[in-house]
Design a protein around this ligand. Structure first.
Ligand code: CMC
Length: 435
């Protein structure tokens, strides 16, 4: 085993070097504090490995993404979302029997308890569907055991995957004031979801195969992305042995932010803004470069990818195909492509290796399918569920897993005597000024 040397206060220490199957190198600092008294300071965790994992591999410099060793481009060609769920959660591609059993289980558990429908009623119509999704997923823990053994955990995994799409569709129906459409267990995951979203009771509805295929692709591309903000949140919450529903509900909230999954909604809002402003994308590129402006090009840049995000490449191609197949012309697609072209030629973006990420083109596809922009991040969450679940399961099964508890370097006041309130009041109060 090779070792890394650290010199601190004149003392020399050695730490083991850990090398992954793709030659990623880490220094195992797990004994750093115990041996040296110092901690590793890394705000934003850009250099910190929080776990050993066998689920997803990313090479951000080369633009590579693989689930359990399978390249995302090959998965995108021919897999189904259900297969990808199985692959991520159980570690291998399912046999025909395994897949049939898994799909049957999923279809059996799509209904939510009737009384849970009352929870939806009390949210205002304007409630963001991400808030509703997270609250409803957390509420599942009121109905199902927290999962103390493997059998219970496996069942909760199925419940979560199956019920999440019903909850997501119901949250949309609530936001547009339409009656719920119940799940049907003869349909695939994507067909069922589209029907629950767009069918109206007592009216015929046929799921568009083009839409179902596009949704299948979108969900698969979002299925896992190793230790990002929401996945780390799921692991962080799960590390205290909180139940699966609670950990995933927390992940949904972490995903909601505009720097993470919430970027897909912000991209479309940005493209709409550019269009309403006469389509001058150059002006927005200039604004994104201006250090005095808080504006960023949404859907651009990534903590890990310093090259094209392979998911964005696939989605850009799919956007042309799906819009063509659906006969949709979207002026925002043209603006997006122009914006990408201008940014990719601009020194600011080139120097910082800022490329379009998965969120840049996904919204265009969702729009073409009739999914409103406030549901985009919910779609991301549905896709990410198998990733969150597999990461949570990996941590649960790791005998060396510990509660997550980072440290800090304290920069506050040194010890000072506490003056009782009466003594503090004896001092003249600062003068109050009204605004
Ligand atoms: N527009 C303009 N400048 C940018 C952008 C952008 N979208 N992204 C990064 N930069 C600049 C940033 O100002 C900084 O410049 P400087 O070095 O001069 O200070 C440099 O690039 C590095 O940025 P950073 O914020 O230090 O990088 P990060 O790794 O902390 O942030 C990010 C990554 C994704 C939060 C960021 O690129 C960003 O805010 N992008 C827009 C939001 C977005 O699209 N998020 C979705 C990410 S992909 C989906 C997911 O998995 O969540």
């Amino acid at each position: 085993m090779s070792m890394a040397k650290l010199t601190l206060n004149g003392e020399e220490y050695e730490f083991p070097v850990v090398v992954g199957t793709e030659n990623e190198t880490g220094i195992d600092f797990s004994t750093l504090r115990a041996r040296t008294g110092a901690i590793a300071l890394d705000p934003g965790y850009g250099n910190t490995g929080s776990c050993l994992s066998t689920i997803t591999f990313i090479d951000g410099e080369k633009g590579i993404l693989r689930y359990r060793g399978y390249p995302i481009e090959e998965i995108a060609e021919s897999a189904s979302f259900e297969e990808v769920c199985y692959l991520l959660i159980y570690g291998h591609l399912p046999t025909d029997d395994e897949l049939a059993g898994f799909v049957r289980e999923l279809r059996l558990h799509t209904m939510i308890r009737e009384e849970m429908k009352d929870f939806f009623k009390d949210f205002p119509m304007t409630a963001h569907p991400m808030m509703v999704l997270s609250a409803m997923l957390a509420s599942l823990s009121a109905y199902y055991p927290s999962g103390s053994d493997d059998e219970e955990v496996d069942l909760n995994i199925i419940r979560l995957l199956a019920k999440a799409e019903t909850i997501a569709a119901f949250s949309y129906k609530k936001s547009v004031g339409q009656p719920w459409v119940y799940p049907r267990n003869d349909l695939s995951y994507t067909e069922n979801f589209l029907r629950m979203m767009f069918a109206v009771p007592a009216e015929p509805y046929v799921v568009s195969p083009v839409q179902a295929r596009a949704l299948n692709l979108l969900l698969m591309l979002h299925a896992d992305h190793e230790q990002n903000c929401s996945t780390s949140t799921v692991r962080m919450v799960g590390s205290s042995q909180a139940n699966l529903f609670a950990a995933i509900a927390a992940g949904v909230y972490a995903l909601w932010g505009p720097l993470h999954g919430g970027a897909n909604q912000k991209v479309i809002e940005m493209l709409r803004m550019i269009r309403a402003d006469g389509g001058d994308y150059g002006k927005y590129v200039a604004m994104a470069k201006d250090k005095d402006s808080p504006f960023r090009l949404m859907g651009f840049g990534h903590r890990v990818y310093k090259n094209f995000d392979p998911r964005a490449r696939i989605l850009k191609k799919a956007a042309d195909e799906v819009l063509g197949d659906l006969g949709v012309e979207d002026p925002l697609l043209e603006i997006a492509k122009n914006l990408e072209r201008v940014a990719l030629e601009d020194e600011f973006f080139v120097e910082r290796k800022l490329y379009p990420n998965v969120d840049f083109y996904s919204g265009i596809l969702y729009r073409a399918m009739g999914i409103p922009s406030n549901m985009f991040t919910v779609m991301f969450a549905l896709g990410r569920l198998p990733g969150w679940i597999s990461q949570w399961k990996e941590m649960r099964e790791d005998p060396k897993a510990k509660i997550a508890r980072p440290r800090q370097i304290y920069l506050g006041e040194r010890t000072r005597p506490f003056a009782p309130r009466a003594a503090r009041q004896a001092e003249p109060a600062p003068e109050l000024t009204s605004a």
